[in-house]
Design a protein around this ligand. Structure first.
Ligand code: 4AD
Ligand code: MG
Length: 442
């Protein structure tokens, strides 16, 4: 049947036998009569060695002339070698060029980030992006397992919508057969009815915000996972949120060590994130932020000072995120700085029953959530106060007329989570094709 095709991650299964490897040349070095080809496939890298003793002169010449990133098929014997990356080396007996790569634009020299993003379609093959996107894959698998194991039902929310969820200032508008439609900012409004059918639901999909700010924490297209739970109150979803985050961190540490090593992530900062996570009310957080040393820290960083009563800025989140060396949950923000659908706190109606989870190390808010208003008239009042079109929300009001119950949920930004886990500074590097204020190519 000929020589079997092997993948680099599974070379141990083929130790001592001849295999065919299909991949790309990431590095080439020749020394007299020996050539070393570092081959990459989708699963890892492996050193292949050719010697003029074992291959014809023609094959040897062909190897020495290979361009970086050429696609090749190598035939050779798998040899155990503890010094080689991955523990195995291939002794090449033959090589076939599938396609060359003369003039491949990404070199070994330092490129600027804009150049790399302009070549995202190629840059993806390189070590850091490869490791980052494999962590992302594990995060999404962990998200699905977490909810599946807890009896949540996946409800896919629509992307084209007639109404705003998270304020009208970041809406992407599009023409919908002579009507207006908006790209979804959040699946939440569509999950709320679904939680009256299934009790525990979640969605995971792309969301869109016309963010005009250019920051490391904002994309215009990002992925969000949102659970929504019937009968739940704020405390219950705070517990769900901390269990969820701790679970994802644990899964990534368990299954993506190699990738975190490639990324040079200091994993000690991710170990032992035991629950419960610390909780601070907005008022307690405000007190901390107005302490002299924190005012000075913000000033030094050139950030605007925290104003009690206002939403937290990026610097405020960084300060709070640094307090405990693990995520912190800030709850009960002033009603005015939060979305229209949040239930007011019965003990102090100027505060919303909401929570933001803030990650350490400057990654900011990774989760935002709340208990939802379930009284019909109060919700209608809020829709009108926020200047939202009542007609577009009739269906949403309906679930406050027909068997509504208290319910709560939250949203976690996948990219914020992945960036923190990977220790990657900017969100644009943790999504395959980033979309920002200045980028829609490739
Ligand atoms: O806090 P947000 O705006 O909450 C909602 O959208 C709620 N409707 C969610 C819910 O309760 N079901 O967004 C939730 C999370 C943020 O905490 C952040 O992690 C992420 O989404 N996020 C962004 N990520 C990348 N780029 C942006 N522009 C983001 N905006 C929010
Ligand atoms: Mg938020």
């Amino acid at each position: 049947m000929g020589t079997p095709v092997a993948r680099i991650r599974h070379l141990a299964d083929h130790s001592g036998s001849e295999v065919r490897l299909q991949g790309w040349v990431t590095h080439l070095r020749s020394k007299g009569k020996i050539a070393f080809v570092v081959l990459r496939d989708g699963t890892g890298i492996c050193q292949c060695v050719a010697s003029v003793r074992d291959v014809s002169e023609e094959v040897f010449e062909r190897i020495c002339g290979l361009a970086h990133e050429s696609a090749v098929e190598v035939v050779g014997v798998v040899k155990e070698d503890s010094r080689a990356p991955g523990g195995f080396e291939i002794g090449i007996s033959d090589i076939r060029l599938i396609q060359g790569a003369e003039g491949y634009p990404i070199g070994r020299k330092e490129h600027g980030i804009e150049f790399l993003l302009e070549h995202r379609h190629l840059w993806m093959r390189h070590r850091r992006p490869w490791a980052t996107l494999r962590v992302r894959d594990e995060v999404i698998k962990a998200v699905r397992d977490f909810y599946y194991d807890r009896d949540f039902v996946l409800i896919d929310s629509p992307i084209l919508t007639p109404a705003a969820c998270e304020g009208t200032s970041t809406l992407f508008e599009t023409d919908y057969f002579n009507d207006k439609a908006y790209l979804s900012q959040s699946g939440q409004l569509y999950l709320e009815p679904a939680c009256l059918a299934f009790e525990k639901v979640y969605c995971l999909g792309p969301t869109f915000r016309a963010e005009k700010s250019k920051t490391r924490r904002h994309l215009t297209e990002f992925w969000m996972v949102e659970p929504e739970v019937a009968w739940a109150d704020l405390d219950e979803i705070m517990r769900l949120a901390e269990d969820f985050v701790a679970y994802i961190v644990e899964r990534v540490l368990e299954n993506r060590r190699e990738e975190l090593t490639i990324l040079e992530r200091d994993t000690s900062k991710l170990e032992n994130l035991t629950t419960p996570f610390p909780r601070l009310s907005y008022d307690e957080a405000a007190e901390i932020l107005t302490r002299e040393e924190n005012v000075a820290r913000a000033k030094e960083a050139g950030a605007p000072p925290f104003e009690p009563g206002s939403d937290l800025g990026a610097m405020d989140e960084t300060i709070l995120g640094d307090l405990y060396g693990k995520p912190v949950m800030i709850h009960r923000y002033p009603v005015e700085v939060k979305a229209f659908y949040m239930e007011p706190d019965p003990n102090d109606p100027s505060r919303a029953l909401c929570v933001d989870m803030i990650a350490p190390e400057g990654y900011g808010e990774i989760i935002g959530g709340s208990q939802r208003i379930y009284d019909h008239d109060l919700l209608l009042e809020r829709i009108e106060e926020h200047g939202l079109a009542r007609e577009a929300f009739q269906w949403y009001l309906d679930i406050r007329r027909y068997g509504g119950v208290p319910h709560a949920g939250f949203g976690m930004g996948i990219e914020r989570m992945v960036a923190w886990l990977c220790g990657v500074h900017h969100l644009r590097e943790v999504i395959p094709y980033p979309r920002t204020l200045q980028r829609i190519y490739p």
